[in-house]
Design a protein around this ligand. Sequence first.
Ligand code: SAM
Length: 296
Amino acid sequence: MPKTQYWQWYVEEFSPTEQHRHAIEEVYFSGTTAFQDVAVVRTSTFGKMLILDGDTQSSQGDERIYHESLVHPALAAVADRSEVLILGGGEGATLREVLRSPDVRRCTMVDIDGDVVSLSRRFLPEWSDGAFDDPRANVIIGDALKYLAEDQGTYGAIISDLTEPLPDSPSHMLFCESVFTAIKQRLQPDGVYVLQASTAGFHTMSLHAKMARSLRKHYKYVVSFYTHVPAFDNDWAFLACSDTENLQELSDERIRAYLASLNGERYFYDEQTHRRLFNLPLYLRRELAKPGDVFH
Ligand code: SAM
């Protein structure tokens, strides 16, 4: 007899020949919204988890690794943090990290799927930790594509926390030249655009490299960084784009000064972690240097 009997498994299929299986202890929600399949479950190893269209979005066990990496290097480099824009970010954890900075006067978050936001508020309140009720939070349920076309504001930081741009994902239309141009128009001249930018594993890094190549046309500095995210079972990459700041060279002094200004506890990011995030292995640097496909 096995010591523990699990009745259900969540199987994330990375490719037809690679899977990660998670034992599920509880299913809080499983269904289809107007935009995507959504599941909120509790797994034995990672705790609660949000899954969209069969892809793990974040887990209770390690979401801070992902969200602190996405937000803090960029905000540390930005001179004017008063207005921040998040594209996507349904769980509210990106919002939570942004609002740790008292310099932020308003953080606008635009997510297409109101059901993901309300399910996250209901079942994953640890992710947002009150951020949705912060008076500085301006949460808009709508398509980021439409928002970028109509908005007239400018932002010191724009943070893209969208699902992978796979053909059937609602984020697919946001990875193209016209949207990259629209984002640049909304960014202050010394601002930083940072995005979750797919995987950095040796076997899966081509989409990341394609994003980097596409954005180089728009910014003086397009810098990759990455970390392992255990629930994703892969190295996860990000891109920091700016005309004035090369985030790889951000000084310890500036990072420390920024961190000292933040409210609340951090789990992952500090000036040492920053160096590690921006220290890329040779195979990834080679891939990034290669010519290849771009988004049109
Ligand atoms: N950590 C994530 C990952 O690994 O891919 C991303 C997290 S977050 C849950 C992704 C969010 O992007 C979802 O809540 C989804 O509704 C939102 N999204 C997708 N397409 C969008 C669009 N066109 N406009 C606004 N939000 C969008």
